[in-house]
Ligand binder design. Structure first.
Ligand code: GDP
Ligand code: MG
Length: 144
């Protein structure tokens, strides 16, 4: 079953939106199979977002991501990587489709509530950044 990595960013945690956002994922029948709260150091945020090194927003992004605690999680489900990208919406909420998480909750193109992996390859690397195999718990979803 496909997996992807999601981070609830500081603006999500600090505004009391953890439950709302996780509910959106669960309502779509994705299973949360790993979950942890942590406070990234600047160095960890720089490492996580290394693909953006050199971009004009890189320093703001890494400072922001280490400004407060975040919640990282692994979601599992069919086509979960692409479907979660659709569900969260465009990076800048001004460009996000109505009904998406970022359209509804994002404060700006930087403080946009949630990170989600953008390819299966990056999902693998990002999952390994936060979780080892013993911290990931596959289970069957029950609907009754
Ligand atoms: P994502 O995959 O949709 O999260 O977007 P990217 O991978 O392109 O960028 C990573 C994160 O950097 C985004 O989610 C934003 O928090 C931030 N970011 C991206 N582009 C911009 C920008 O143009 N301005 C600002 N201020 N932040 C940005
Ligand atoms: Mg990205």
């Amino acid at each position: 079953m496909e997996r992807t990595l999601v981070i609830l960013k500081p603006d999500c945690v600090c505004r009391g939106l953890i439950g709302e956002v996780v509910k959106r994922f669960e309502d779509e029948k994705f299973n949360v199979i790993a979950l942890r709260m942590l406070h990234l150091s600047v160095e960890e945020a720089e490492k996580f977002y290394a693909v953006h090194q050199g971009k004009e927003f890189y320093e703001r992004l890494t400072r922001y991501m280490s400004s407060s605690s975040v919640v990282s999680m692994v979601l599992e489900g069919e086509n979960v990587m692409l479907r979660i990208r659709e569900l969260i919406g465009a990076t800048d909420p001004k460009n996000a489709v109505s009904g998406t998480i970022r359209k509804k909750y994002a404060l700006s193109g930087l403080m946009n509530v949630v990170h989600a992996s953008d390819s299966l390859e990056s999902a693998n690397g990002e999952i390994a950044f936060f979780f080892n195999d013993k911290e990931i718990f596959h289970y069957q979803r029950r609907e009754e």
